[in-house]
Write a protein that binds this ligand. Structure first.
Ligand SMILES: NC(=O)c1ccc[n+]([C@@H]2O[C@H](COP(=O)([O-])OP(=O)(O)OC[C@H]3O[C@@H](n4cnc5c(N)ncnc54)[C@H](O)[C@@H]3O)[C@@H](O)[C@H]2O)c1
Length: 353
């Protein structure tokens, strides 16, 4: 059994704790979180409860740690794990700014302690199937991509202070997952432009954004996101893979290439019947499918292999930093009403670190 501790047992941390506790080859070593709810969860799962994560790491010495703390604590907690040689799964964003993300990536590499970033969609059957189709050349070169994440969070979600403050809005909480999928499926992003809005909820943080993307390989993309709009169009619903959302099979992401098109998560692949066909000919529609596995279980299985040093992190701290850089570029592009390049973001992150 691989002993895994959970740092921060709020909305997602408690799900991680339950997943670890019910995994055949893992045991939940402890929960570190000062809240009374976390204490009650630890009591229910019969594991030690700590208010302070450093004390817990020193006393329990778990083989691995899952960091599900508020964003600004990701880097300090991951550095605390690295200093003790403990592999960690750090929730996204890898850190709340690029300098901290770079310090974390460098510390992990120097100490040779693996850090896996919680971009769970990389472990999802629909994203796996899309990646397979693209790599097999079924779409040809991807020319254009468009997607949306539109859902409505309840007012109570924003009772937690950090979710109302800069860095706690829909970009760093949700868009970051979409950016990670776009990088994974289409390729590295060169630059972005964007608008953000808080017109409808009226908090300091943005609730809605529209984004235009230029990829290094020449593909172009658009994405709209809101946590204040009703729709069934978000991976959380369409994949049927999220932990605490209903399943609503359908599409949220549309990829179009020189040879074919693919919608995700419903995995319809559209192509011409003959090479000489064009826009006036009927397309052929085929179905692709995932393997029926569960995203968060796949992620935990992978993390256990990482903890045992049997696998390298699928999304390491440097990879997480690249996704963070694009997400922060979106924010800057909206604030400053201009095109922001990745090169600019990464150069600044390097200087500040
Ligand atoms: N991958 C996913 O599916 C997913 C989903 C939701 C949230 N997240 C990420 O997970 C992180 C947590 O989000 P959440 O929605 O669960 O937040 P949350 O506010 O519900 O939970 C955070 C928990 O951390 C605890 N905490 C705060 N300071 C602490 C400290 N110093 N030491 C120990 N515990 C402390 C709080 O008491 C709280 O229980 C965020 O970074 C978020 O972006 C990821």
């Amino acid at each position: 059994m691989t002993a895994i501790a959970v740092l921060g047992a709020g909305l997602i941390g408690r799900e991680h704790a339950e997943l670890v506790a019910s995994h055949a080859s893992a045991s939940l070593a402890a929960i570190a979180d000062p809240s009374p709810q976390a204490q009650a969860l630890a009591a229910r799962l019969c594991v030690p409860h700590y208010r302070d994560y450093e004390t817990m790491l020193d006393e329990v010495r778990p083989a691995g740690a899952i960091i599900a703390l508020p964003n600004h604590l990701h880097a300090p907690a991951a550095l605390a794990c690295i200093a003790r040689g403990i592999a960690c799964l750090v929730e996204k964003p890898v850190a709340d700014d690029l300098a901290a993300a770079r310090r974390l990536a460098e510390a992990a590499e120097r100490a040779d302690v693996p850090v896996l970033v919680g971009h769970h969609r990389r472990h999802s059957p629909d994203i796996h199937a899309a990646k397979r189709a693209i790599e097999a050349g079924e779409l040809g070169a991807v020319v254009a991509v468009s997607g949306m994440t539109l859902f409505d969070k309840p007012d109570g979600y924003f009772d937690v202070e950090w979710r109302r403050s800069v860095g706690g809005g829909v970009l760093l909480i949700n868009l970051i997952h979409d950016i990670d999928v776009l990088r994974h499926l289409v390729g590295e992003i060169e630059s972005v432009r964007a608008f953000t809005s808080n017109a409808h909820r009226g908090l300091a943080v943005e609730d809605t954004a529209s984004i235009a993307i230029r990829f290094v390989n020449g593909a172009l993309g658009t994405f709209v996101i809101s946590d204040n709009a009703v729709s069934p169009w978000a991976w959380e619903y369409t994949s049927g893979q999220a932990l605490y959302h209903p399943s609503e099979p359908g599409p949220y992401l549309f990829l179009s290439g020189r040879k074919g098109a693919l919608s995700v998560s419903d995995l319809y692949l559209w192509r011409h019947a003959k090479e000489s066909d064009h826009w006036q000919d009927r397309l052929v529609r085929e179905s692709r499918s995932g393997d029926g596995s569960r995203t968060y279980v796949n992620q935990l299985d992978h993390f256990l292999a990482v903890v045992q040093r049997q696998a390298k992190p699928l999304v390491d701290a440097r990879d997480g930093m690249a996704t963070l850089a694009v997400t922060l570029a979106v924010d800057r592009a909206a604030q400053e009403d201009r095109t922001v390049t990745l090169a600019e973001m990464l150069a600044e992150g390097a200087e500040a670190a």
